[in-house]
Design a protein around this ligand. Structure first.
Ligand code: 9PG
Length: 449
């Protein structure tokens, strides 16, 4: 075998039919582009390697001319023969990058760490191979049938960080008046004083405890968003406990500040993490959207020396321990390492009222980006977890809203609405009601993927 190039060791050389071969690349986390490409079709890539560190694995941003799956790459040579699946022995512990580069009538596959090369000659081509691989992996991990998701109203995609307690109350009234079948009212980003200071409120909320009570008094369940592994530069948490961070490792930049990572291997940080979730659970919240959780897997010095993914999984388990059997939705999550730890998973970048991303990043909030990955990951639904393709937006200002609703209807294992309900017109209301009332299928096997 040839020597490593750029830290990648050769794995296989496969003869292909150039016009017919297909490559599936799995993205690192919920917001990373994931798709099946015809060999030669340019893959979705960041405009600059550093443009969105929190969308790609920072040290392994794929080259523009190579296909690269994180922990999983599948190649259909297009000769009606066997499909090739490349994945590490245990994707919970290690997510090597797998590259595929065309060289004339062959594809050269290489990887940044140990991977197994399996061939699949079952029915269904590349999609069938993905489904069978998922079943094998789920069985190895011991994951059974996921729990069906409740229906949700989420504050994010209308109010964003400007949400107030009164906005939640307005929508709580509206869903009664409009007789919408919403199980969970989920407060998103905006209630907290700072990223990390989850038990201190922003000025826009009076009491998240009383709010949970008011939601429950109406016969609905209360849900809340937390980014448990991020610590904002401006937070009291960072000022008081600088030793609870993974060194000065950079986890993200958002909310106008630098974000550090919580070191869950530090006993103080671990007990704080537990306290945050046990407290919210004690207030009556029984649906949790844990976000930006890839932040728990950044490299850097930890109190206890352990591989980043092991620390990450320990962190998610602490959350789970603290919330009992509450429903848990992962978001901004490393996909394959999270199998077995959550009930539902965001399988796409954020949607938005706009169809096209606003900046130059192709995986930025937009329907186009959300549709690409949400469809490509259809095979994960019902096998790893319930797929969340992101919320339905049905208000009149939403571009191509019928197309977006059709996507949510086809790929939504978790159905959530995220409009200010009183601004829905007749079409928006009917569509919201219908998508929430329909029980989603247990699998999307007739869909592409
Ligand atoms: C709250 C939101 C919503 C949303 C999540 C997540 O800067 N960024 O690249 C970036 C990516 C995703 C993102 C926010 C910022 O959205 O997916 O549903 O909960 O956080 O802040």
């Amino acid at each position: 075998m040839a020597t490593k190039i750029d830290g990648f060791a050769p794995v296989a050389e496969i003869a292909v039919e150039p016009g017919l071969a297909l490559v599936y690349e799995e993205g690192w986390q919920s917001w990373s582009p994931t798709a099946t490409y015809r060999l030669g079709e340019p893959p979705v890539r960041p405009p600059r390697p550093d443009s969105r560190a929190h969308c790609y694995l920072p040290d392994r941003v794929p080259a523009a001319d190579a296909y690269q799956g994180e922990g999983l790459l599948v190649l259909d040579p297009g000769d009606s023969g066997r499909v090739h699946v490349f994945a590490p022995p245990d994707p919970r512990a290690d997510v090597p990058s797998v590259r595929a580069v065309r060289d004339g009538g062959r594809v050269l596959v290489s990887a940044s760490g140990p991977v197994e090369h399996r061939t699949d000659d079952g029915p269904g081509g590349l999609g069938g191979a993905l489904r069978r691989w998922a079943e094998t992996y789920a069985a190895d991990v011991g994951v059974g049938e996921p729990r069906p998701a409740p229906t949700v109203w989420c504050s994010w995609y209308h109010y964003f960080t400007k949400v107030t307690e009164d906005d939640i109350l307005e929508n709580l009234d509206a869903m009664d008046d409009l007789e919408l079948p919403i199980d969970v009212v989920q407060i998103d980003d905006g209630y907290q004083a700072e990223i990390g200071d989850w038990l201190t409120l922003s000025g826009a909320f009076r009491s998240v405890r009383d709010l949970a009570g008011r939601i429950r008094d109406r016969g609905r369940r209360a849900g809340i968003w937390v980014a448990p592994f991020l610590v904002g530069e401006r937070s009291a948490l960072r000022a008081q406990h600088p030793d609870w961070l993974v060194g000065d490792a950079y986890a993200a930049h958002n909310w106008g500040q630098r974000l550090y990572a919580l070191d869950v291997t530090h006993p103080g940080a671990a007990s704080y993490l537990h306290e945050v979730f046990a407290t919210l659970h004690g207030y009556g919240y029984d649906y949790f959207k844990i976000d930006f959780i890839y932040g728990g897997a950044v490299g850097g010095p930890r109190h206890e020396d352990m591989p980043p993914l092991e620390a990450y999984r320990r962190g998610v388990r602490i959350v789970r321990d603290a919330i009992g059997d509450a429903y848990l939705l992962g978001c901004g999550a490393p996909l394959l390492p999270t199998v077995g730890l959550v009930d539902a998973m965001r399988v796409s970048p954020d949607t938005a009222p706009a169809y096209e991303p606003r900046g130059e990043e192709p995986s930025g909030p937009s329907q186009r980006a959300a549709e690409l990955s949400g469809a490509a990951r259809a095979w994960q639904h019902g096998r790893f977890w319930v797929n969340d393709p992101d919320c339905l937006l049905a208000r009149p200002e939403v571009e191509r809203r019928a197309e977006w609703a059709a996507h949510v209807e086809r790929y939504g294992g978790l159905r959530a609405s995220s409009d200010r309900l009183r601004v829905l017109d007749a079409w928006g209301l009917d569509t919201t009601r219908r998508l929430l009332a329909e029980p989603p299928p247990a699998r999307f096997d007739d869909a592409s993927g």
